[in-house]
Design a protein around this ligand. Structure first.
Ligand code: KG4
Ligand code: ZN
Length: 345
């Protein structure tokens, strides 16, 4: 079967087509097209994503991207091109004006092609990106989602079954990176710029900044105190070396994420650790998680999204959409599908 997926929750307009062959109950995924058009250049002068600009760009770009996707799939599929079994679309969380563009576009296509429309949670998309690997993660698993809008530790005992163990009480991880990058006058989006700057130093720093909630007995996170600590440090040390500050900040974030994830793995006896979202592209975080698994949990298999699937894309929405479609976990009436900026897992 084939699923076409659409993602417009933030500043990336993305459409993908996923072919799924179901042999002996274990699906094999073949990504036929995965087009992403980033709006970073448009939002850059504003230092962040402007919702109405994002909406306008999605509206303009969706037909262009769909044409590219159809071109990608024409050759492998031939005349079967238009025969999709379902359309999956991100319905939240994210910027509502941006989400609506994708949803309305998807509704029109579903009507035209007479196929079901499956709404997908953007965060489950970040988790399901790991199913595009050759071997699938095993349940029970712990998923760590680190993105521009979220920081979540989730327990999954089976498909589409999410228990949120902890989340951020204030800033999301990516948001903290972006804000600290602004303090360092690095530009937008800040995560990759901080990471690049920090890379110049090969040390793990001197522990200059606090590791908020690292020893709390729950699985929640808090990054706003850390952000403020960086602010005060820069105020008191205006000539501080930016690379050192970036490195110290990044290390503090990584230490907290790794420690809490380890605690969750231990407590819930998980078989896999799945990591996704924009911040999962961070090299320091990736290597720290790899080291933790190697050292403390050699029996647990680690699935960090490959770099090309960390940022927002529609391939991950297609995989999650496939599992929702199979489980019939979607409304039969597409009219009821709405954008929900605060949609929970
Ligand atoms: O998942 P994503 O593309 O969009 C949301 O769903 O929010 O995540 C975007 C976030 C941004 O805050 C960006 O600064 C951060 O991911 N990010 C990084 C890196 N690459 C992207 N943060 C730290 N290190 C990186 N290498
Ligand atoms: Zn995302």
């Amino acid at each position: 079967m084939k699923i076409l997926a659409i993602e417009t929750s933030c500043d990336e307009t993305a459409i993908a087509v996923l072919e799924i062959s179901e042999k002996q109950n274990s699906p094999k995924f073949n990504l036929l097209s995965n087009q992403v058009l980033s709006q970073i250049k448009i939002h850059k002068p504003f230092g962040g994503v402007v919702p109405n600009l994002a909406m306008r760009e999605h509206r303009k770009n969706l037909p262009i991207i769909l044409a590219r996707v159809m071109k990608d799939v024409r050759r492998p599929l031939g005349r079967r091109t238009s025969k999709f079994n379902a359309i999956a679309v991100t319905s939240g969380p994210g910027l509502e004006p941006a989400l609506w563009e994708g949803i309305n576009f998807a509704k029109d296509l579903a009507k035209k092609w007479r196929v079901p429309l499956v709404p997908v949670n953007h965060l489950e998309g970040h988790i399901y990106a790991s199913w595009l690997r050759r071997i699938s993660p095993q349940f029970p698993l712990i998923a760590l989602i680190v993105s521009g809008g979220h920081t979540e530790l989730v327990l999954m005992k089976k498909h589409l079954d999410y228990k949120i163990l902890g989340e951020t009480r204030d800033d999301a991880t990516g948001e903290a990176f972006d804000k600290v990058a602004r303090m360092l006058k690095l530009g937008y989006p800040g995560g990759p710029l901080i990471s690049k700057l920090a890379e110049r130093l090969k040390t793990s720093g001197k522990g200059l900044f606090p590791r908020p909630m690292i020893n709390s007995s729950d699985f929640d996170f808090s990054f706003s105190g850390l952000k403020t600590a960086v602010l005060y440090y820069l105020r008191d040390n205006p000539n501080a070396d930016k690379s050192a500050v970036a490195n110290e900040f990044q290390q503090a974030v990584v230490d907290v994420l790794v420690k809490k994830t380890g605690d969750a793995l231990r407590k819930y006896k998980s078989k896999s650790l799945v990591v996704g979202g924009g911040v999962a592209a961070n090299k320091k975080l990736r290597s720290a998680l790899e080291n933790m698994i190697k050292k403390s949990f050699p029996k647990i298999s680690l699935y960090i999204s490959p770099l090309w699937l960390c940022g927002d894309n529609a391939a991950m929405i297609a995989v999650a959409g496939y599992y929702r479609f199979k489980a019939k976990k979607f409304s039969k009436n597409p009219k009821t599908i709405r954008a929900d900026g605060n949609l929970k897992l």
